[in-house]
Design a protein around this ligand. Structure first.
Ligand SMILES: Cc1cc2nc3c(=O)[nH]c(=O)nc-3n(C[C@H](O)[C@H](O)[C@H](O)COP(=O)(O)OP(=O)(O)OC[C@H]3O[C@@H](n4cnc5c(N)ncnc54)[C@H](O)[C@@H]3O)c2cc1C
Ligand code: FES
Length: 258
């Protein structure tokens, strides 16, 4: 569908927000789902769509946040209010926040992974699920926390919150704070997500990780986004690989090899 760009704003020095008029997506999207956007507005390059989490929704609109990475996101940075973008979605499966045996949701966030957290925050609030947010960045200028709540900050340079890694902060709190049956919901840079799964194994707590792998079709056709399953998952499902676009983007830590 063609979605008119109705607003554009800067969030931090490396993130900007596009608000798109997309009533069908806005009314059906669930926490953790994403949209696939064709970055070009006329030319043939880039040929493929790019995936972006739905950051926020409102009456008839959705927002995505974008970090410039390469050609596609560079093109999107040039889009002007009034332009129409070719968007498909909502895609992927939602965060599994309303299933499983946990009592406290711990949202663990880094970098542009923050995009999938406002919807999860709102879902926890409306489902009365106690939650805490752990947010790490190199320095305080990189935090995009406008829609987050109950945030524990960690910065590499100590400019806000705990000085050091957000994983270390969370490890320390898991030892000292009596969170009732916590489950980690993680989205961030790959090393952080890997460390989070190790931390979850250390404390023997459930952990769901939303992957931001490269994609093409976004709907399970091109087979371009496989992730290897664990031996247990292979035995359970008979599948050596899951597709991030349709099976994910979020997976329980026991399902795939990180
Ligand atoms: C489910 C999902 C949700 C996402 N949500 C967001 C979001 O909300 N905001 C946001 O800014 N980004 C998000 N991303 C990542 C975003 O899709 C990529 O940054 C984007 O596709 C890069 O496109 P590009 O054309 O700018 O870069 P390209 O020109 O395609 O790539 C530039 C370089 O980066 C590498 N690369 C491309 N994509 C990725 C990637 N995903 N991870 C690691 N390396 C990559 C390429 O191999 C190449 O070396 C999400 C990804 C997924 C799968
Ligand atoms: S992106 Fe095509 S199958 Fe996943």
């Amino acid at each position: 569908m063609l979605a008119p760009l109705v607003a554009k704003r800067t969030l931090t020095h490396d993130l900007f927000v596009l608000r798109l008029a997309a009533p069908t997506i806005a009314s059906s999207v669930q926490p953790g789902q994403f949209v696939n956007i064709l970055p070009r507005t006329g030319a043939i390059d880039p040929l493929l769509r790019r995936p972006f989490s739905v950051y926020q929704t409102g009456e008839g609109w959705i927002e995505v946040i974008i970090q410039i990475h390469g050609k596609g996101t560079e093109e999107l940075s040039k889009a002007l209010v009034g332009d129409s973008l070719d968007v498909i979605g909502p895609l992927g499966s939602p965060w599994k926040y309303n299933s499983g045996s946990f009592s406290t949701a711990i949202l663990l966030v880094g970098g542009v992974g923050v995009a999938s957290m406002p919807s999860l925050t709102q879902a926890c609030e409306s489902s009365n699920i106690p939650f805490e947010t752990y947010y790490g960045a190199r320095n305080e200028r990189l935090f995009a926390d406008e829609y987050l709540k109950r945030v524990h900050y960690a910065t590499d340079d100590g400019s806000k919150g705990y000085r050091g890694s957000v994983i270390d902060l969370l490890r320390s709190d898991l030892r000292s704070v009596a969170y009732a049956h916590p489950k980690l919901f993680v989205c961030g840079p790959t090393p952080m997500m890997r460390a989070a799964t190790t931390l979850a194994a250390e404390f023997d707590i459930p952990c769901e990780v939303s992957l931001e792998t490269e994609m093409a079709c976004g709907v399970g056709i091109c087979q371009g986004c496989p992730v290897q399953t664990t031996a247990a998952e292979l035995e359970k499902t008979g599948k050596k690989f899951h597709l991030v676009c349709t099976h994910g983007p979020s997976f329980e830590r026991e399902q795939i090899v990180f």
